[in-house]
Design a protein around this ligand. Sequence first.
Ligand code: HEC
Ligand code: HEC
Ligand code: HEC
Ligand code: HEC
Ligand code: HEC
Length: 452
Amino acid sequence: MKSKIVIIISMVALTVYAFFTGCKSTPHYTLAQFISPATCGGCHDEIYEQWKNSMHNLAQKDIIYKEYAAFYLDDIKKQNPVNKDELEEAESCVKCHIPVGFITGKPVTVTEELAMENELPEITKEGIQCDYCHVIIDAKKNYNAHFTYKPGNGEADPGVKYGPFKDATPDWHQAAYSRFHTQAAFCGTCHDVKHVVYNTKLETTFEEWSKSPYNTGDEKTTVPCQGCHMYHRPGVPATGSTPRPNNPGFAAFGGPQRDHIFTHYFVGGNSVIPGLYNDKVKGKMAEERLKNAATILIDTRDISTGAFAVTITNTGAGHKLPTGLTDVRQMWLEIVILNQYGKEVFSIGKADKRGYLPDNTIIFKTIFGDGKGNPVANIAKAKEILFDNRILPKESVTNTIILPKGLKGKYSIQVRLLYRLADQKAVDEVMKDKAIKLPVIEMATAKKEIVL
Ligand code: HEC
Ligand code: HEC
Ligand code: HEC
Ligand code: HEC
Ligand code: HEC
């Protein structure tokens, strides 16, 4: 009887607590509920090796993330008076970049994340991890990580892990089928990012995919994010322009052989950060992915009028090209005309020795504005999208290039589509002495000889 009363009282207390904490986004979970990825790796060894040093694993340790987060926040804190709405956005990065820390209450802001860097529990620094994704049961909204979770109680009572199998019977943890995990919206709940106050669409990968031909509306023919990114493995880029064969094997020691095991490399365009952690696999995979994303066509039919056309087609990506944080990313055209002796007579988009691009460069990107038409570099200040010339999935963009006057004889036009994680000039400004010299990846090339 006594224990019943105690239970009732504590339940009431919990409800009251949950009500008040529900109003503020204070923690609903404790860190002790979550299990370290290395423990999962004890049975899921291949999946663990793939995920280790992936961009999900490194989402918090990522130096580019940390330097940008600090730079944006500092820029807002320097305002006088500080704009509260912009501060709220600049503090919000933690919910995706250190999600286990955020939902267990440490850190809940970027200020806290940066200040307690050395005291953060190791498990939270492991980024987007096994026991975060596999305890997700649903989402309230498909952006800004508005998930609902059902974690277990640590290693003593690991609880249910949700995944794609309807017949898994592991004995250590329980398993349950989750349709949500097989759908693009699962990924989309983090890969669509909105300004927390202004609602400006900062990243729209999921929305871009939703409107694309890869989303047919029929589950049998739809290719979700997982259909490309979780088929990707070394030598199999699995894009829209390359085969996406099954990856037969075992999901765990003691499990049955299955037709397809979803891979966990989570590779996009980032060929830089995994390598800083001695990963020798993912950088090359990113290059392979980028090299199967687009094609270039040079059309010189109207060359006698003094112009030619360059068409880029997004053949491989299930979203716009590029996607993600495209105010930061750089994808551009380099166009060079050589005379018959190989001497350059004309160029567009050729980087200088520092890696900086000239003003005439054709860049595919997004530019945010302050609501009055002025560009802003800090996403916390973004009230509008001023410009977006990125290439839709399975569609093309054509640019007309005017030849310089006075050319006579034989020439060669050489076009390259190039990709870099960020504008080198911006990286040098934001990261200062920590700046990385970002490699330029050649996504596609084309050549054409002309006679003028
Ligand atoms: C003691 C071994 C063991 C450990 C440790 C382990 N698992 Fe498993 N897990 C298995 C086995 C066995 C299966 C079933 C595989 C199959 O049926 O193909 C499985 C299946 C799964 C599934 C698929 C569930 C479904 O129904 O689709 C997920 C997700 C999963 N584990 C996640 C995890 C996570 C997260 C951890 C760490 C918190 C973990 N596992 C730790 C053995 C283990
Ligand atoms: C970003 C979220 C995410 C992370 C992090 C993640 N998984 Fe998964 N995992 C998924 C999704 C989604 C699927 C199912 C894909 C589908 O069905 O389309 C899956 C499938 C699985 C399966 C079923 C077998 C397979 O691969 O098809 C197991 C087992 C599993 N994950 C274990 C793990 C382990 C262990 C880790 C950590 C080393 C991990 N996952 C990290 C999202 C994640
Ligand atoms: C048809 C195959 C395909 C599908 C479907 C697909 N992607 Fe991609 N994804 C690619 C290719 C190819 C690239 C490399 C080119 C690029 O960076 O856009 C890529 C790149 C990315 C990048 C890195 C972008 C950058 O440059 O920083 C992210 C993030 C990403 N995808 C997430 C997603 C998410 C989330 C979904 C589902 C909403 C998805 N992808 C669906 C093929 C696909
Ligand atoms: C908890 C939020 C979250 C979920 C859920 C999530 N992602 Fe991510 N993802 C991120 C973040 C944050 C990064 C970037 C980390 C960084 O660059 O520092 C990222 C990075 C990536 C990248 C690498 C991008 C690059 O530039 O190379 C790919 C590919 C990707 N995610 C695909 C997926 C897919 C596919 C799913 C669904 C199975 C998924 N993500 C689910 C938050 C998430
Ligand atoms: C709702 C989830 C979410 C939130 C909130 C979020 N991000 Fe991200 N972030 C992502 C995803 C997804 C990617 C991967 C996109 C890509 O690779 O193009 C990413 C990638 C990045 C990268 C690229 C890192 C690299 O190595 O190239 C930087 C920088 C970054 N985010 C900074 C921030 C900052 C600063 C904030 C807060 C102002 C923030 N993010 C808030 C989801 C989020």
